[in-house]
Design a protein. Structure first.
Length: 94
């Protein structure tokens, strides 16, 4: 197994830390959008609304580079998503 030099290890650590993670804070980067962040964190762009709600964002298409977002835990987002699907199903059947 090849050794990783200190410089390479530091670079890999910084890249890992820059990735958005569910249940953590994330600093918005250039060209980010809530749907892109949602895709990276939750595997679906559809969860952007939960990120917006958790951060009291009223204009989701205008997030500022450098601002810090609270990313909800994956379990909480999945639960809300499941509840929304359930209610949509109920509404479509009425």
């Amino acid at each position: 197994m090849p050794e990783i030099s200190t410089g390479e290890q530091t670079e890999q650590t910084q890249q890992t830390l820059a990735q958005p993670t569910a249940g953590a804070k994330y600093t918005v980067k250039e060209n980010d959008s809530l749907s892109k962040i949602s895709e990276q964190v939750y595997g679906s762009q559809d969860m952007w609304q939960q990120i917006a709600q958790a951060n009291n964002i009223t204009t989701p298409n205008k997030i500022l580079v450098g601002s810090t977002l609270e990313l909800p835990a994956k379990e909480a987002v999945e639960q809300v998503s499941a509840e929304m699907k359930h209610y949509k199903c109920l509404l479509s059947n009425s």
